[in-house]
Write a protein that binds this ligand. Sequence first.
Ligand code: NAP
Length: 280
Amino acid sequence: MLLDGKNVANEKMSRIRTEIDAIKDKYKINPALRLLQVGNDPASTIYANSKIKRGKRLGIEVELERFDTINQSDFVDHIKSINARDDINGIMIESPLPDGMNFYDAVNNISFYKDSDGMTAYNQGNLAMKNEMIAPATARAVVDILEYYNIEEKRACIINRSPVVGRPLSMLLLNRDYTVTVCHSKTPDLRAVCMENNVVIVAVGIPEFLDKTYVTEESTVVDVGINYSGEKISGDADFPALEGIVKNITPVPGGVGIVTATDIFENFLNGLKFQLKNIK
Ligand code: NAP
């Protein structure tokens, strides 16, 4: 089966829209997400603009604030000043930050309830306590796809151990009673590990990495990779070769990426609800 991310994203978009409309109606507020970009990395600008568009569809005002250059300490002060504003309900730092700046140090200054990307150490730590109010959006997207399509297999291997994908995803899967193996570039006999686990989540950043030697006809492949070759986007799985072999597979584009874009707003909504209940 093709695990089409569009179905997952569309369902979630309409639920978020309904909830945002109800909040606007009840509290007479205009929910706003602030994107912070330093420099002008073209891919980061494309992602920022797509968030602005998606925000419009959801009734959320998304504003991009760009700095040509700023030092880490002034940037952190700026983040703190936005934390203090109650007319801005979510903050996202666009990556990459220029050389000399530290992304994770900056991110950790965002108030946890405004952390729409789910990347603060506080929200990552909460996942281990089974509190998933705000979670890294890509990891949440993988779980959303598995749940939407009722994938019943509970043995998963994740080929990635980064704080963006593998580590938070391992927590989300454990919270759902999966038995999880987290793999990386030093994992011995990776093919055998993939064959033993029916859910294979790949995020290595290498086009066509996951070929037919890693899967069986029982495999469900979730492809997190996004690789650019000119205009063409491909994942980390050799989709044409695997499509006819495996039980289920996500496409790229149209798989994890589109659900991730929506899950940023799921985080935003959950953080907004927290603010309305506990702070305003
Ligand atoms: P990253 O920090 O570079 O992590 C890559 C991971 O892959 C690392 O854990 C690395 O192992 C592992 N790896 C690399 N080569 C390997 C090999 N030959 N065998 C086994 N493992 C290997 O990258 P990231 O930020 O997590 O992103 C990973 C991919 O996901 C990229 O393609 C990125 O574009 C994509 N991504 C997609 C979304 C989305 O929304 N769909 C969001 C974020 C990222 P080591 O730890 O040992 O180095």
